[in-house]
Design a protein around this ligand. Structure first.
Ligand SMILES: [Zn+2]
Length: 286
């Protein structure tokens, strides 16, 4: 794609509102969301169950936590586990919507990005007059985080993610792959990949108030031998889910991104550091 072609891309909203509901993976509480079209303002969450219906824009500077999910907040008002719906918005190039919520946490659905994609594609997209804002970098950028998480970003006319994960579990181990991210490949190669967890961790997570809504229907659960709840959708479903999570975290930049991202052991904390570094670099125009 040439720069001229990118410049001609239009911003999008959805063509009609849609509703979804279900339990949040961490709180275990059921929430209902109504996603509505709008022509400006980016992606915004709105708590309809709180007086005054406070809005929380999906912005990097409003990230309040990255422990097993990415949370946003302003004061006491919070929105939990935004990364899967944000990934679907980024993957399908939805620039502006309002997500009205009754509840604090996005529904986990089947643990993947696909139910959000299907809901979006069912109503379709409407092009807006304004051109899409596309961010790219001119020079390579490196971000090193704790626990061996690294990101190296290079200029590219496309969004390409080369990721490697390394889990001390014989069923996962090291997995690596390269994903050209566009609306078609997002739906077919990334969106169906579900979140995963280890049976041995469930007790300690629940003690910390996490994973209270996790079940055999919304998380791939592994014991020491392998997956205990059915077949994988991809041999490297774990890797693909991590790539989808990264796309959802990068979506908090609020622009489309064209870059070649090479990463090892990506996670929410590192993804948000990457997004902030990328934003700073692009805004400084270096
Ligand atoms: Zn996830």
């Amino acid at each position: 794609m040439t720069t001229d072609q990118m410049a001609s891309l239009k911003q999008n909203t959805i063509s009609a509102e849609f509703k979804m509901s279900g339990a949040g993976i961490h709180s275990g509480e059921t929430s209902e969301i109504t996603v509505k079209p709008t022509d400006s303002g980016g992606i915004r969450f709105k708590r309809m169950d709180i007086n005054g219906h406070p809005e929380i824009p999906a912005r990097l500077d409003l990230v309040t936590g990255t422990d097993r999910g990415t949370n946003l907040g302003i004061g006491d008002v919070k929105i939990m586990t935004v990364e899967h719906i944000m990934s679907a918005f980024m993957g399908l190039e939805v620039d502006h919507v309002i997500v009205e919520m009754i509840g604090a946490e996005l529904p986990i659905m089947d643990g993947s990005f696909l139910p959000f994609c299907e809901a979006i594609t069912a109503v379709g997209l409407t092009g807006l007059p304004q051109c899409a804002e596309v961010w790219s970098i001119q020079e390579p950028l490196s971000v090193d985080c704790s626990n061996g998480t690294t990101y190296n970003i290079f200029p590219s006319e496309h969004l390409e993610i080369c990721a490697q994960i390394d889990f001390q579990h014989k069923f996962i181990g090291k997995q690596a792959g390269v994903f050209q991210v566009n609306t078609d490949t997002f739906i077919s190669e990334i969106a169906p990949a579900r979140t995963f967890g280890f049976k041995s961790e469930v007790g300690s997570l629940k003690k910390r108030g996490l994973s209270l809504g996790a079940s055999l229907n919304n998380v791939i659960i592994l014991d020491e031998e392998g997956v205990i709840n059915g077949k994988l959708r991809f041999g490297d479903e774990f890797l693909r889910h991590k790539v989808g999570d990264m796309i959802g975290d990068l979506a908090l930049i609020g622009k489309r991104i064209r870059a070649n991202i090479i990463c090892e052991k990506p996670g929410h904390e590192g993804n948000i550091s990457l997004a902030k570094s990328l934003r700073n670099k692009v805004e400084l125009n270096v």
